[in-house]
Design a protein around this ligand. Sequence first.
Ligand SMILES: CC(C)(COP(=O)(O)OP(=O)(O)OC[C@H]1O[C@@H](n2cnc3c(N)ncnc32)[C@H](O)[C@@H]1OP(=O)(O)O)[C@@H](O)C(=O)NCCC(=O)NCCS
Length: 170
Amino acid sequence: MKPKIDNIEKPKIQLRPLSKEDLVLWDQWKSYVDFSAYQTHLFPQGFAENRMEDYLIFIIQADLEPIGAIWFDEINYSKESAWLGLFIGNPDYWNKGIGSIAIKMSVRDMFINRGLKSICLKVREKNHRAIRCYEKVGFEKYTYHEPEKFGDGSFQGWFEMVMKSQELAN
Ligand SMILES: CC(C)(COP(=O)(O)OP(=O)(O)OC[C@H]1O[C@@H](n2cnc3c(N)ncnc32)[C@H](O)[C@@H]1OP(=O)(O)O)[C@@H](O)C(=O)NCCC(=O)NCCS
């Protein structure tokens, strides 16, 4: 059963690399949230095949508690681009600015330390929370895809969004 987390004020957000011991967390998070309503992937592309050169994945911590994951996949250093995915595994932590902070921290690293110029992502049109979170950070919608059926049975369109490195200062 999901523990109720009260009084989440301003937790200290940190990102750390994934370790093997973290994988059990996915079972816990999947018991808290029906992720099929929000996303298609819960791991970066290439994770199952162990193509570690293609992705980076981090655990999001709030006051040292692991609460979710954020990753970049299809990292292409010659095109200076990558794709972003993330989730927070306990809804008690949603809408508290944590997703925005985790994205800002990690895209900054990708732009400044790894030389990327653009980060893209895919989001369903009904995922208003996620879209708002991405727009706050500096992502913009650039392509709309016509409605299709998703894993939760919903039929909806989806957007590709992009953030360019020039947006970082904002
Ligand atoms: C998407 C997710 C990572 C965002 O992280 P988060 O910490 O909840 O996001 P933030 O708090 O930084 O931003 C959410 C914003 O959406 C707003 N919001 C919430 N519900 C909303 C709705 N129905 N319509 C519009 N805006 C909404 C919040 O008020 C907040 O904006 P504000 O800061 O201006 O008030 C997290 O909610 C999550 O894991 N959701 C489930 C999985 C998922 O959707 N993953 C992404 C798939 S693309």
